[in-house]
Ligand binder design. Structure first.
Ligand SMILES: NC(=O)C1=CN([C@@H]2O[C@H](COP(=O)(O)OP(=O)(O)OC[C@H]3O[C@@H](n4cnc5c(N)ncnc54)[C@H](O)[C@@H]3O)[C@@H](O)[C@H]2O)C=CC1
Ligand SMILES: CCCCCC(=O)/C=C/[C@H]1[C@H](O)CC(=O)[C@@H]1CCCCCCC(=O)O
Length: 262
């Protein structure tokens, strides 16, 4: 019951890692807004969550996170209006599309930046709000660059740099918002199967056997473990600017950096 009365917004929350996070939040008695572009999946998710947790604790908002106006008005503002506040934002929506790589930058990086800024508008002391916490979802691809997914890899590097800089800005600006980043290795979700398809991988699809060998080598995690990591980032008040990694070999752990020097 640690999060009783708290309100969370999870992008890409209708399936996969986002859905596991939504369930973990609801088990802790938070109210959750599931923001997802996929109407059918979102409707099914809402019905299942209402059946499990009772109505009134979650909402599904159909929204494409790359539509900045919709993200502001339909996702963030409606969530705050519906539940009366916002405390937790998980910028999780992501795609793997090397063919339409500009869309990958839009969803995986630009929308994470927008989601962070909107989260601050609703939670930061700068805006007269009560504080809160933001998690941005990156990937182990930010540490082990992938020849199968160059643009995906670039976006996930970007998410880490942006998040760490914003975490420092939050301290300097006394925002009262903790901002952390999560980097899972391979996770058993529909996204992982998109590496089989030319529509997603473009010319890199010819490397799919090599990609699968990497997966066999490192193993595949379950979404529930990623949700456990997210809950730790949400509940541990000491964490800001943390880069959490989750792998089969080491489980939940943190990346360490050299102190900054010229
Ligand atoms: N599955 C994996 O192996 C890993 C995934 N990740 C990251 O975790 C995050 C979640 O991925 P998964 O759950 O695996 O993917 P998934 O494909 O299972 O779920 C992603 C969800 O995001 C939604 N979505 C996609 N584009 C959207 C948009 N424009 N607007 C709103 N919603 C949108 C989808 O409809 C879907 O419900 C992504 O950022 C991904 O890059 C990171 C490391 C490993
Ligand atoms: C299709 C999208 C799935 C994206 C999953 C993902 O982010 C994969 C990243 C891998 C990248 O393709 C190349 C890698 O090596 C990344 C995974 C690395 C896992 C390392 C685990 C290390 C360990 O267990 O110690």
């Amino acid at each position: 019951m640690a999060l009783m009365g708290r309100v969370a917004l999870v992008t890409g929350g209708a399936q996969g890692i986002g859905r596991a996070a939504v369930e973990a939040l609801m088990r802790s008695a938070a109210k959750v807004s599931v923001v997802d572009v996929n109407q059918d999946c979102g409707d099914a998710c809402k019905s299942e969550l209402d059946a499990e947790f009772g109505g009134g604790s979650c909402a599904f908002i159909q929204c494409d996170v790359t539509d900045g106006d919709a993200l502001r008005a339909d996702a963030f503002q409606k969530t705050a209006d519906m539940f009366g506040r916002l405390d937790i934002v998980i910028n999780n929506a992501g795609i793997n599309n090397e063919k339409n790589w500009e869309k990958t930058i839009g969803v995986n990086l630009t929308s994470v930046i927008k989601g962070t800024y909107l989260g601050l508008e609703h939670m930061s002391r700068e805006y007269g709000k009560q504080g809160g916490t933001i998690i941005n979802v990156s990937s182990m691809a930010a540490f082990m660059h992938s020849p199968h997914q160059p643009v995906y890899t670039a976006t996930k590097h970007g998410v880490i740099g942006f998040t760490r800089a914003m975490a420092d800005a939050s301290v300097l600006g006394n925002y009262g918002v903790r901002i952390n980043v999560l980097c899972p290795a391979f996770v058993d979700t529909p996204l992982l199967h998109s590496v089989e398809e030319e529509d997603n991988m473009g010319k890199f699809v010819k490397f799919k056997e090599d990609f699968k060998r990497t997966m066999d080598k490192f193993g595949v995690l379950q979404p529930s473990l990623i949700a456990d990591g997210m809950m730790r980032l949400i509940t541990d008040a000491a964490l800001n600017g943390a880069v959490m990694k989750i792998t089969c070999s080491k489980g939940i752990h943190f990346h360490t950096y050299e102190p900054m020097s010229a």
